[in-house]
Write a protein that binds this ligand. Sequence first.
Ligand code: SRM
Ligand code: SF4
Length: 582
Amino acid sequence: MPKPVLDISKPVPEDHVHVEHIKEASRFLRGTIEEGLNDPLTGAVSDDDTQLTKFHGTYMQDDRELRNERRKSKLEPLYSFMIRVRVPGGICTAKQYLEMDRIANTLANGTIKLTTRQAFQFHGVLKPNLRQTMREIIESSLDSIAACGDVNRNVMCNPNPYQSKVHEEVYGISCAISEHLTPNTTAYYEIWMNGEKTEATPKVKEDVEPLYTHRYLPRKFKIAVAIPPYNDVDIHANDIGLIAIEKNGKLAGFNVAVGGGMGMSHGEPETYPRLASVIGYVDAKNAVDMCEKIMTVQRDYGCRTNRKHARFKYTIDDYGLEWFTEELEKRCGYKLKKTVPYTFERNGDTYGWLKGTNGKWFLTLFIEGGRIKDVKGHPMMTALREVAENCGNADFRLTGNQNLMIGNVTAAKKKVVEDILKAHKVGEYAGLSGLRRNSIACVALPTCGLAMAEAERYLPTMITKIEALAEEVGLRDDEIVIRMTGCPNGCGRPYLGEIGFVGKGPGKYNLYLGAGFAGERLNKLYRENIGEEQILAELKPILERYAKERKDGERFGDFTIRAGYVQATNEGKDFHENVTHS
Ligand code: SRM
Ligand code: SF4
């Protein structure tokens, strides 16, 4: 039997990574953040505090494109902060959306990023404005606590509870899990709201962390809930994936999948993306409890001496699924039941209007790269602001694929929404190809400190070029899941792309092929470190053959395997195996 790594009765052992010592000494995530915010001599906070501000939902960054210029002028980098606003279940009111729009335009860089986990992100907030920005977010009854850091993150689920009774129940359980696993620390409201208790600070509790302890988790932790046949949250990329099972039109329970994750490092085969493994079924009434117990196993056994090995997926692979299930059942006091058969048909979002069970209308819009901004000819930010201002009780819902749903629109207001969007040429009215509608790009340059290549700013151009190839062979409207990230950390879940691009260096990408259309299979490296010209040259013949030789209904990812371009990868540990063509 493995021994737990965590022993809170003792100080953090010497061999544990520095972040472990920072967490321990932080007095429940305070560190010296306050002092740093009050220091007018620098736009930064201290290195140690940058680890702690993450738990508060904010990352210190600097504009990487200005680094050289600033260095030459003997200036410190142009530091600013990214803030990730947590939106449990992905739903906010039109009023809250207008607040986000206002904050973006007054305190951040004038854009809103919708993330791959149903959050809003602001970029470019300067330190003197950080406290004010956080306060305004909290006053809008949203928050950023636990949006980042070694804790459970936003629990993802389909953001439309009015799609069916089951959707409504799943939404409720997702919010309950999120709430239950939110850290207790009072540091958040103390630092950002001067400890004020207002209607907007309902979660002020006390400084005890029964679930996390003062050591928190070894690493980030993620949960998502999907309702078959739609895997619109990429369940297998999560530490815990719950797959809803319905009985007689009601939610009965969930198949439980554990140990998913995307992150890896180039050239380090001991790191790999892993699909969460389905281990059994739990009744709906026990789902919150089971998530807690799974998380505590990771808390106690997860690696704390190497952050590259600290995700739950490695704990599972180190100790084995059999040991894990036994430990979990011991903690739960009940057993997992037999997995219930289910089928996923697709991942990604389904666009367009849908009538909800409440008789109101819901419109899912494609937001390229998740970036809401005004560009010439497509003033999306203005259009969405007008929708929020003019559509009464309509609300705004974030999907797990960087897209946006305008929800609860009355029949009377449906045309108003359509007219506003049409007038600004945004959303489904822009005539999008099947490739583009199924694309995700992570933030990458210029803000992400880990980016090795462009993603969000470049994928649209790359897609235009691939679209031309697809169009030539009659595939323009075919749905192909395509994803790009600026580095191998996997924020755009690139290893679940039928076509995946992962940044290797400026203008250079690894090209991956062969993931399952429903997010049930990983892709595999096909070509390494190639630029645009070679990417297009590689994809052209594959698209041509796909158009000619595919079987009825055969998906692109499946075809690339059948045609022998790559081997199928169902296990994380096999991700780096049998790479024959690079
Ligand atoms: Fe991520 C780190 C952006 C979803 C795996 N991610 C980062 C940081 C904070 C960079 C950093 O550490 O300095 C990025 C900030 C960029 C910026 O300028 O905004 C960043 N991640 C994002 C977002 C905004 C990408 C997007 O364009 O939508 C997503 C925010 C989600 C949210 O709202 O919480 C985002 N990140 C993901 C996902 C996808 C998911 O969760 O479904 C993954 C892969 C799944 C997983 O966790 O395995 C992901 N991000 C990572 C990793 C690799 C973790 C690992 O296990 O190795 C890092 C780096 C790290 O943690 O060391 C990272
Ligand atoms: Fe940054 Fe890499 Fe994540 Fe993209 S995948 S946002 S480049 S950490």
